[in-house]
Each structure stands twice: as structure tokens, then as C-alpha cells.
Design a protein around this ligand. Structure first.
Ligand code: ADP
Ligand code: MG
Length: 338
């Protein structure tokens, strides 16, 4: 076969393979969009583990009617004005909505702040509909139905509704920790609803306690340290407040939930002297640094990062946590708790 240019629909489906791995990735992208739009209240509803329905409603700035068709078009974003070195938003690739629209049935309703009209656009099989007037009091509502109906191969690899639901809950918990001033409401199967109420003044600890467990607050040491313009803040569980796995470790870089080997291994290093090898600390750590010193454009899902100077970050985490343990008078503690 001769070399041919792929059709747009195929290009979107290929990109979607990386951005939208499972229903939880759709939730992540849509919640990130709501946060980037300055939302203070975000409602998330799902059915069938997110495979049948995902609906995200926000009270953010909305999208002007003329821009709605662009929002669902590939490589269109309102967020990259400062270039890749100055990313201050969770999104920046202009890929999520077109990707979702290529593998599920997408409907986007939005009413821009200051406008008294709302409009809806639908995307199916990558093809956007005409813009239609609709009713909406404010913000944006995005509905995704029949996710992956267009890619049965992917659908087959999804787990049970229950497992997909819990992955959605997990993503929402992770994000909610970084945005304590925002109210999150997640309605899952069987009318279960999880609500994280907005914390006045954006104070991090009440939200962390709400998402983790209320007793974390009594078993954590605050950390606040700075090295060469890299700031580390957060809360590190005392060594006796440990876990059998590392799932209660939350890392954020400039407000973005990330997974990163440097960070996990630094945390392990910090606890090396005070925690048994088979136990895992509980910690919530926020790093803030010049966006030019960290690359978040490593993978389309934007959860991986690369630090310009990983040694500096590691030293900051290990050094400041050890110092915090010393100041709190903690020494070798290998007793196990839950
Ligand atoms: P990105 O977030 O990388 O820009 P997306 O495909 O996720 O790409 O969204 C495309 C654009 O649509 C965004 O840049 C933004 O302007 C607009 N948008 C998407 N969701 C919302 C929302 N909930 N509220 C306001 N604008 C939105
Ligand atoms: Mg986005």
C-alpha cells in the first residue's frame, strides 16, 4: 500500500488510545477542564463504571458560543499562551475533548460567563454536530455516553463496573486534595454520593483529612521547606502511622497530581531509618517550582513529570522530612499500625 495521510477520525482515535485509557481518565480530563475554568463546584455522575455515562457539571467560566466548535477540535486550546515552559493550567494539549468524542458519544453544553445564552454541541465518531441553543444556568456540562463503543478492543480490556468506579473515585480523591476550596460531588452507582465540601480559605489539611481519614491530621507532621526556589509543603505521616502499601502517598507538582519514581523513592529514603522495609508511609506532598524546571509534557495523560534537577528535588524531600522527624523528636519506630 502506498503511504497515505491518516484521516482525522483515525488520528483522533489513535491519540485517544493514550489520553483515554479507561473511564477514570475521562473523568480526570473533564475535572481538570472544570478546574482550569475556575469552577468552585464540580459535580460528577457516572453509570456503569463510567462506561455507560459520565456527566461532569461545573460552574466555571464557560465557553463563548463561537469557540464551542473549537473546543472539540484537535489541537485547539485556550491555555498555551505562554508556551510549554510556562504551563499554569492542568490542560494544555487541546486533545481531551476531541479524543473523547472519537471514542464515545460526547455532548458539551456551555454558557459563557456574562452571556444569557447557552449552546450545545455533540460529537459522535469524531464528527461534531451543528451548534444548537440549549438551556443552562451557568458553566459547562459535559456528558459522555457509551465510552469505547467505537473501539470494542478497548472495551474488552476494561475491568468490572465496580473496579472502574473505584478508579474514578480514586482519581477524584487525588485531584480533590489539591483543590480544597472547590466542592466536589461524586455520585456513583446505587445512589452513593461522596461529597468533599469546600474548605474556607483553601486550607489543605481539612480536605486531606476528609479525603484520607480524619485521624491523619493527628498523625502527621507539617512540612514546609525551600531549596533553590523549589518549595516543598505538605504533611508526612508519623512513622507509626504506616500502611502495608504505598497507595496513600500523594504527590503534586504545581498543583498537578503526579506519579513519579523520583518522588516515591525520595519518600522511601526519608523514612529509611524510621520505618520497617515492608511498611509504607502516608504522605501528601506539594512541590512548587518554576514551570520551566519541570517537564509535564512527557505523556498525553500528563501524570508523569521530568525534573530538570531530580537530585535537588530528592535532597529537598529527604532532607526536610528527616529534619521534621528530628524536630518532632521521632526516632526509629518500626511498630506496625493498620
Ligand atoms: P486542553 O484542556 O488541553 O486545552 P481540552 O480538549 O481538554 O484541551 O479542552 C479544549 C478547550 O475547551 C480548553 O482549552 C478550554 O478552552 C475549553 N474547555 C473545555 N472544558 C471546559 C470547561 N469545563 N469550562 C470551560 N472551558 C472548557
Ligand atoms: Mg483539558
Amino acid at each position: 500500500m502506498p503511504i497515505q495521510q491518516l484521516s482525522d477520525a483515525l488520528i483522533d482515535q489513535i491519540a485517544a488510545g493514550e489520553v483515554v485509557e479507561r473511564p477514570a481518565s475521562v473523568v480526570k480530563e473533564l475535572v481538570e477542564n472544570a478546574l482550569d475554568a475556575g469552577a468552585r463546584r464540580i459535580e460528577i455522575a457516572t453509570a456503569g463504571g463510567g462506561k455507560n455515562l459520565i456527566r461532569i457539571s461545573d460552574d466555571g467560566c464557560g465557553i463563548p458560543a463561537a469557540e464551542i466548535p473549537l473546543a472539540v477540535r484537535r489541537h485547539c486550546t485556550s491555555k498555551l499562551a505562554g508556551g510549554l515552559d510556562a504551563i499554569g493550567t492542568l490542560g494544555f494539549r487541546g486533545e481531551a475533548l476531541p479524543s473523547i468524542g472519537s471514542v464515545g458519544r460526547l455532548s458539551l453544553k456551555s454558557r459563557a460567563a456574562g452571556s444569557d445564552e447557552a449552546y450545545e454541541i455533540c460529537v459522535e465518531a469524531g464528527r461534531p454536530s451543528e451548534l444548537r441553543p440549549t438551556a443552562l444556568s451557568r458553566g459547562t456540562v459535559i456528558e459522555v455516553r457509551d465510552l469505547f463503543h467505537a473501539v470494542p478492543a478497548r472495551l474488552k480490556f476494561l475491568k468490572s463496573d465496580r473496579a472502574e468506579s473505584s478508579a474514578i473515585t480514586e482519581i477524584v480523591r487525588r485531584i480533590a486534595i489539591a483543590f480544597p476550596g472547590v466542592r466536589f460531588e461524586l455520585s456513583g452507582p446505587d445512589r452513593t454520593t461522596t461529597v468533599f465540601e469546600a474548605v474556607p480559605g483553601d486550607a489543605p489539611l481539612p480536605r486531606i483529612a476528609d479525603v484520607l481519614t480524619p485521624d491523619f491530621a493527628d498523625n502527621a507532621i507539617p512540612v514546609d521547606a525551600m531549596r533553590e526556589d523549589v518549595r516543598l509543603r505538605g504533611f508526612a505521616g508519623i512513622p507509626t502511622y504506616n500502611r502495608g502499601n504505598g497507595q496513600q502517598q500523594f504527590f503534586y507538582v504545581n498543583g498537578r497530581p503526579v506519579r513519579d519514581k523520583t518522588l516515591h523513592s525520595a519518600l522511601r529514603g526519608a523514612y529509611a531509618d524510621v520505618l520497617a522495609r515492608d511498611r509504607h508511609p502516608v504522605a501528601v506532598l506539594f512541590l512548587e517550582l518554576d514551570p520551566a524546571l519541570v517537564d509535564v509534557n512527557v505523556h498525553p495523560a500528563k501524570a508523569d513529570v521530568r525534573f530538570r534537577d531530580p537530585g535537588l528535588v530528592r535532597g529537598l524531600i529527604v532532607g526536610s522530612l528527616r529534619q521534621a522527624f528530628n524536630e518532632a523528636g521521632l526516632r526509629s519506630a518500626t511498630t506496625n499500625s493498620s
